[in-house]
Design a protein around this ligand. Structure first.
Ligand SMILES: Nc1ncnc2c1ncn2[C@@H]1O[C@H](COP(=O)(O)OP(=O)(O)O)[C@@H](O)[C@H]1O
Ligand SMILES: [Mg+2]
Length: 270
């Protein structure tokens, strides 16, 4: 059993299950293609957005599989609509996974999706979407801005995006505040029929993601090959064990596929 399978089994045991879902395993491969049609202001030209820019690649296929697993797991009982994408440490691919998962869900015609950048320490989803970090989460939380005014329609299916908003000097306090909790619970109820995919800071260096984990319905944990240790993953699972772990995305992994059918590249080659 590989290290990642052991970690998955541990996650499954923590959920009180005897089996676990196979995680999506993906490596990004880029081919230059014209950008898709989008609403004004949004430029989905980033080649790492494979779900829209390279839909026939293996990487896009892996996100599609991830989406299918998520849809299955979140709809087997009462709809688990609010999901958080996190990782143990920084730069493991949370944001890239969150945006591709949201795009993939939104491209399925019956899934309305809201993507939220809650990594207010290091927001990056707006860059993937090719826009400025405008009115967003912190403005709603601190200044009482209406979330409806902050939402940006991406033009991909029914995907809307809530940016992180303005910089704040005290992200930990903002994140652990009752207002934050109330805000997300209100979002969960207001948008009860749509997926809300929340990009977050990593779990181990910051306390706030643990607070948010207690509010969401499920967690997708991203683990980047060669960056995070098994010990880190175990520690992370321990920190967020109160909430169902839907699976672990083993990101930027080397693939075992055959080069005569597909051409794969590891992260450094993308
Ligand atoms: N599978 C991947 N293939 C290529 N580049 C990746 C992959 N996953 C992450 N990256 C790159 O690694 C960096 C960190 O990814 P990001 O999603 O921003 O991480 P995080 O949100 O966890 O800090 C970014 O430059 C991103 O484009
Ligand atoms: Mg990020």
């Amino acid at each position: 059993m590989s290290r990642i399978e052991e970690a998955l089994e541990k996650a499954a045991k923590l959920r009180g299950e005897s089996t676990f879902e196979i995680p999506a395993k993906k490596t990004v491969h880029s081919i230059h293609k014209p950008p898709p049609m989008t609403t004004p202001g949004i430029k989905l030209t980033n080649q790492l957005l494979v779900t829209v820019n390279d839909p026939h690649t293996q990487a896009a296929e892996e996100y599609s599989k991830l989406k299918s697993v998520i849809v299955k797991l979140t709809q087997k009982g009462p709809f688990m609509n609010m999901l958080m994408v996190t990782s143990s440490i920084g730069s493991e691919g949370k944001s890239l996974t969150a945006v591709n998962l949201a795009l993939s869900l939104a491209q399925e015609f019956d899934h309305t999706v809201l993507l939220v950048d809650a990594d207010i320490r290091n927001p990056s989803l707006h860059r993937y979407l090719g826009i400025e970090n405008s009115l967003g989460l912190t403005d709603c939380l601190i200044d009482g801005a209406d979330v409806k005014d902050a939402l940006i329609r991406t033009g991909v299916g029914k995907l809307s995006f809530l940016p992180a908003g303005r910089d704040v000097p005290n992200p930990a306090e903002v994140f652990t505040s009752k207002r934050m909790r109330d805000f997300f619970l209100e979002m969960k109820n207001r948008y009860h029929d749509r997926y809300i995919i929340i990009d977050t800071p990593p779990v181990l260096p910051f306390a706030e993601t643990r607070s948010l984990s207690a509010i969401v319905d499920g967690i997708v944990l991203v683990a980047k090959e060669g960056l995070v240790t098994l010990h880190n993953i175990e520690e992370t699972i321990e920190c967020i064990k109160g909430t169902p772990m839907l699976g672990i995305v083993y990101n930027a992994a080397a693939t075992e596929f055959h080069a005569d059918r597909y051409h794969y590249s590891r992260e450094g080659n993308v």
